[in-house]
Design a protein around this ligand. Structure first.
Ligand SMILES: Nc1nc2c(ncn2[C@@H]2O[C@H](COP(=O)(O)OP(=O)(O)OP(=O)(O)O)[C@@H](O)[C@H]2O)c(=O)[nH]1
Ligand SMILES: [Mg+2]
Length: 194
């Protein structure tokens, strides 16, 4: 079972991205699971999910890192046992560091689990262009991500989106930076999922 952890700020487009990737994998015959950390309403429409064969399990405790990790672990195990998906997406709450969650899950050495590169989704329109304007968790998330996926670039002014990209490169020279395309692009999912 492959596990893809996708984080980023509230409203950055995580659910939209996960549904897009899920549709792509489902079309290729994969069974998909989604675990979402939500404090409020779960944003996945039941009908879309059931059409894709997706099962969600809400995770409530978002503030305490250790209980959060335990919840994710038990949710992963349950989803694996009950549903046995090929790929599970974890949509993390905005203050969570996806690379840290991945490292925690790696340490748990879960059987038959392959952790995919951690993704942080950035909304180009909303992202700051100066380091000192970033919130602490945005800075840490972006600096630690294996992949930074930049969305809504086509809606942004070139000058701003270039400054955003420069700041991401400065914060995390190691990261793979992937632009989220406006229209469906067959080569896009592989850039995040391998
Ligand atoms: N046009 C366009 N709108 C997008 C895209 N991605 C996200 N949006 C819009 O941005 C808003 C937030 O998207 P979500 O996918 O719910 O974002 P999220 O990060 O899951 O939000 P939370 O779960 O509330 O943190 C929605 O109104 C989406 O329709 C995109 O690629 N194109
Ligand atoms: Mg969401």
């Amino acid at each position: 079972m492959k596990v893809s952890i996708i984080g980023g700020a509230t409203g950055s487009g995580k659910t939209t991205l996960i549904l897009k990737l899920a549709k792509h994998l489902n079309f290729r015959g994969e069974k998909i699971g989604v675990i979402v950390q939500e404090t409020g309403e779960v944003d996945y429409d039941e009908r879309t999910l059931s059409e894709l064969g997706i099962k969600t399990r809400e995770v409530n405790s978002v503030c305490i890192p250790c209980s959060l990790d335990t919840d994710i672990r038990s949710n992963l195990l349950t989803i694996q046992e009950e549903f046995d998906p090929d790929t599970v997406f974890i949509e993390t709450e905005e203050t969570v560091l996806p690379h840290k969650l991945k490292a925690d899950l790696e340490r748990m050495e879960l059987a038959d689990v392959e952790l995919l590169p951690s993704v942080v989704l950035v909304d180009s329109l909303e992202f700051e262009t100066e380091d000192d304007q970033l919130t602490e968790y945005t800075r840490k998330q972006t600096s630690g991500a294996e992949i930074v996926c930049v969305g809504k670039v086509w809606m942004d002014a070139d000058e701003h989106s270039n400054a955003v990209r420069n700041l991401i490169e400065k914060l995390n020279p190691e990261a793979k930076i992937v632009e989220y395309p406006e229209n469906d692009d067959e080569s896009f999912p592989a850039k995040l999922l391998g």
